[in-house]
Design a protein around this ligand. Structure first.
Ligand SMILES: [Zn+2]
Ligand SMILES: [Zn+2]
Length: 162
């Protein structure tokens, strides 16, 4: 079935999360305005730093502090490219942590859509105090349905070149 816009962008956030490098949590974030993707992010190490997957997590108070969170990376990518996030929507796989919630609010995000919760966060409180709309949706279908054989003019690529 054709996904709604919200399902589509949440699914993109799931796709971004596949790039995450911390085994404790895989998160993805997509920042959208007027149905255009402005930026994406996943939780991963800073440029030049080793990955949790390779060197283990850096755990402080039961949280891995090695990775920059998905929301932060999406915001930072926008900053690098001079893209304003004012009035945008954040699609995130998980409820943001307190720090990311504050950054999203300060960056001008007005709506946050998630499908999974996260414990010990003040995100909900800060969102409501700042008038940011928080919406919880069901997790989108985990499968991508793309069937080349359904399109007669499309051909699959044959890696063997035969
Ligand atoms: Zn980690
Ligand atoms: Zn966070």
């Amino acid at each position: 079935m054709r996904p709604s816009w919200d399902e589509y962008f949440l699914k993109l956030a799931m796709l971004a999360s596949e790039r995450a490098t911390c085994p404790r949590m895989h998160c993805g974030c997509v920042l959208v305005k007027d149905r255009y993707v402005l930026s994406t992010g996943y939780n991963g190490s800073l440029p030049g730093s080793p990955h949790c997957e390779d060197e283990g997590c850096l755990v402080v108070d039961n949280h891995c502090v090695r990775t920059n969170h998905a929301e932060m990376n999406a915001i930072c990518q926008a900053a690098r490219h001079g893209v304003s996030l004012d009035g945008a929507t954040a699609y995130v796989t998980n409820m943001p942590c307190t720090t990311c919630a504050k950054a999203l609010i300060a960056a001008g995000i007005r709506r946050v859509v998630i499908f999974s919760d996260f414990h010990d966060t003040f995100a909900g409180r800060f969102f409501s105090e700042s008038g940011v709309v928080l919406e919880r949706m069901p997790m989108p279908c985990r499968e991508i349905s793309y069937d080349l054989s359904a399109y007669p003019s499309a051909k699959g690529f044959d890696p063997a070149g035969s």
